[in-house]
Write a protein that binds this ligand. Structure first.
Ligand SMILES: Nc1ncnc2c1ncn2[C@@H]1O[C@H](C[S@+](CC[C@H]([NH3+])C(=O)[O-])CC(=O)[O-])[C@@H](O)[C@H]1O
Ligand SMILES: O=C(O)C(=O)Cc1ccccc1
Length: 254
């Protein structure tokens, strides 16, 4: 499908604009898919910079005859960036998400990318739970704002399995919203994030309703928790490479 046909299905995010009697828990369904590119750009400070630079970083870590994983790929923004930046022999991108609505639209967008550019890395989009995935030897794994949606007690095991699949010289790139142990820091960065959303056109009602929709399903950790868990999973080094307000991205080396 040409990109123009695909993009008309995108809409501005007004999902929480009307008052709701009860705000349901956030799910990645068809309604979210329609507004997702707008939602994530207006909600996550630095998102476009992070996505593009994951492609650039991948160019340094990707190795011939290995897999590049995009875990919790949503509409495949990271997969597209990987394919823009990595041209290495016998590399394949494996994009995984457990939302059927996301996976369907992701495949459409990747077909559009295929029709516009030649010699892109082959890609496979899999609808699956990343917790039950058998990883093949990988030189790059991206968890771009996905770990925060995994049950906290399952995070260490997932990271351990990713670590075991990583080849020497490869990397995990982990991007997350951060929580802060210090009450004042939490309040300041939380308020600044709200100011970011307001500046991007969200009303107080939209901000409040979205907050209650995600509070039980998206559970951020602190930078210290991330570092300690990554080391416990067997990574040797954790290097934060991007930070904007309460959002950060780290490179974890095997
Ligand atoms: N257990 C799971 N297995 C597979 N997928 C999952 C699971 N849990 C959640 N997801 C998927 O993880 C994605 C999280 S969004 C990632 C953005 C993307 N990386 C981007 O760079 O645009 C982040 C956000 O919306 O803040 C959703 O598509 C879920 O369906
Ligand atoms: O909207 C928020 O407040 C967030 O923290 C980020 C987000 C972005 C997209 C879906 C769910 C959460």
């Amino acid at each position: 499908m040409p990109a123009s046909t695909a993009t008309v299905k995108q809409q501005p995010d007004r999902l929480f604009a009307q008052p709701l009697d009860q705000v349901p828990d956030f799910v990645f369904n068809e309604d979210v898919v329609r507004v997702f590119p707008d939602m994530i750009k207006r909600s996550v400070p630095g998102y476009p910079t992070i996505v593009e630079n994951i492609g650039v970083l991948a160019g340094q870590f990707a190795q011939p005859h290995s897999m590049l994983y995009d875990l919790g790929c949503s509409l495949g923004a990271v997969t597209q960036a990987l394919r823009r930046h990595v041209q290495i022999e016998d590399c394949r991108v494996i994009a995984v998400d457990n939302s059927n609505a996301m996976v369907q639209r992701c495949r459409e967008y990747l077909h559009a990318q295929d029709s516009m550019f030649q010699e892109l890395l082959p890609v496979e989009v899999i609808e699956a739970d990343i917790l039950s995935l058998a990883f093949q030897p990988a030189s790059l794994v991206a968890l771009n704002f996905t770990l925060q949606f995994i049950q906290p007690e399952q995070r260490l095991e997932l990271l351990t399995r990713i670590r075991q699949a990583l080849l020497p010289g490869g990397a995990l790139i982990l991007s997350e919203k951060l929580r802060f142990e210090d009450v004042q820091q939490q309040e300041l960065l939380g308020d600044l994030h709200i100011a970011f959303k307001r500046a991007n056109g969200y009303s107080e009602l939209e901000i409040a309703q979205k907050r209650s929709a995600i509070e039980k399903v998206m559970l951020p950790d602190s930078l210290e928790q991330h570092r300690e868990r990554l080391l416990a999973a067997g990574f040797s080094q954790v290097v934060p490479w991007f930070r904007c307000l309460n959002f950060a991205s780290m490179i974890a080396l095997p």
